[in-house]
Structure formats: structure tokens, C-alpha cells
Design a protein around this ligand. Structure first.
Ligand code: FMN
Length: 206
């Protein structure tokens, strides 16, 4: 083979290797996130870009919440995705939140649960918790699935428990019995908050 042709072939091989390495870096290494990393990377994000979140990503999040385990497999959780200006204005008019960042989030997810989702016949005093507590417990497990999936998809979230619960039930016509511990804000992060401190392992072990 002529010298020119050899160098042209080598050049092509080199380019191919570079493209492959680039692909692996971006699609396998850089964007690959396991559960451990999602747990470590999750922060309460309170500043968001104005960029809209595609519907299919929201569906992914709700699906992660849907797949959570629950006592008696009762799945008591209910989620309401709020993305329209009209519904956000309704929240603001009713002063549902104390913090302004919530109204500015591209999406706000109302998280609640139905204590009547459990089979009553099975209740055993001293073994079973009250239905409200069970509903809260299961909702929290499901919501954390949603949060971790959001991190994995490059989205920022924040739980918001500082809100007017009775008025939220009123404006959305939710049954009085529902427990409604928090909303979750959602959007592409505008900044990356520093990690907050956590207790040492010894401090949380009994
Ligand atoms: C159930 C729950 C309710 C929360 N409510 C609020 C809230 O109303 N407003 C807020 O700014 N942050 C709220 N947070 C976020 C916490 O302040 C935050 O998780 C904590 O300070 C640790 O910070 P990090 O999430 O960035 O690690 C809430 C968190 C949880 C788990």
C-alpha cells in the first residue's frame, strides 16, 4: 500500500476511535447514573431555569412514584401535576406557599394520599399504625422514587411542606380525609446548591 493511503487509513481509524470514545464518555460514563450517585447528587433546588419540562419526562417521574412499594400494596398516593399559569395563579391568589420560589418553579406537584386505601378488616391494634400515618409513610416512599428519578434525568426538585394544607384541599376540591404533607417543585436547575451537612453514621445508629 502506498504511504499516502496508509496515512489516510490511519487517520480514518483514529477518527473512528475518537468518535467511539466520545460516544462512550457522553452516553455511557457521563450520563450514566446509578442509585448511589442519584442519592448523593440530590439537593433541594430552589432556583430553576424557565425551560419547560417535556411531558414524557413528567410521565417518567410519575411512573417511578407509581412503582413504589406500600403496605398491603394499597398504593394510597395521588399526584397532581401543576404546570399551567392558571393553576399557579390560583395557588398564588390563595397564598398557598410562604416562599416565592415555589410559584416560579416550572412544575409543582401536589402530593397527597388517601388513608382509606387500606383494608380495614386487617387492622390490629399495636401492630398496625393509624391509617393517616400509613398513608404518609407510603406516600413518602413513593415520592422519594420520584425525586431520585428526577435527579437521574437532570432535573432539580424540592419538597415543600411549608404550605397551607386546608386551603389546598379547598381549591382543588380534595376530600377532607386526604393527608397532604408536601408539594414537590420541579425544573431544570439554575444553580447547583452546595451539599448540606448530614449526621455522621455513628449518630444515627442505635
Ligand atoms: C418533607 C420535607 C419538607 C420540606 N419543606 C420545605 C419547605 O417548605 N421549604 C423549603 O425551602 N425546603 C423544604 N424542604 C427542604 C429541606 O429544607 C432540605 O431537604 C434540607 O435542608 C436538606 O437540604 P438538601 O435537601 O439540599 O440536602 C423540605 C424537605 C422535606 C424532606
Amino acid at each position: 500500500m502506498q504511504r499516502g493511503k496508509v496515512s489516510e487509513r490511519n487517520h480514518k481509524i483514529e477518527r473512528c476511535c475518537r468518535l467511539t470514545a466520545n460516544f462512550i464518555y457522553h452516553h455511557v460514563i457521563k450520563f450514566d447514573m446509578d442509585v448511589k450517585k442519584a442519592i448523593e447528587e440530590t439537593r433541594s433546588v430552589r432556583k430553576y431555569q424557565t425551560k419547560e419540562i417535556p411531558d414524557d419526562l413528567i410521565e417518567e417521574l410519575i411512573d417511578a412514584a407509581r412503582l413504589a412499594p406500600s403496605g398491603n400494596n394499597a398504593q394510597p398516593w395521588k399526584y397532581k401535576v401543576i404546570a399551567s399559569k392558571k393553576e399557579k395563579a390560583l395557588l398564588k391568589e390563595n397564598k398557598i406557599f410562604k416562599q416565592d420560589f415555589v410559584y416560579k418553579a416550572p412544575v409543582i406537584i401536589l402530593c397527597c394520599a388517601d388513608p382509606e386505601a387500606y383494608p380495614k378488616a386487617k387492622f390490629e391494634q399495636g401492630f398496625d399504625d393509624a391509617y393517616e400515618l400509613r398513608a404518609l409513610r407510603d406516600l413518602a416512599i413513593s415520592s422519594q422514587n420520584l425525586i431520585l428519578r428526577a435527579t437521574e434525568l437532570g432535573l432539580g426538585t424540592c419538597y415543600v411542606g411549608w404550605m397551607n394544607k386546608p386551603r389546598t384541599k379547598e381549591i382543588f376540591g380534595l376530600p377532607e380525609r386526604y393527608v397532604i404533607p408536601y408539594f414537590i417543585t420541579l425544573g431544570y436547575p439554575a444553580d447547583k446548591p452546595k451539599p448540606k451537612s448530614r449526621k455522621r453514621t455513628e449518630e444515627i445508629l442505635l
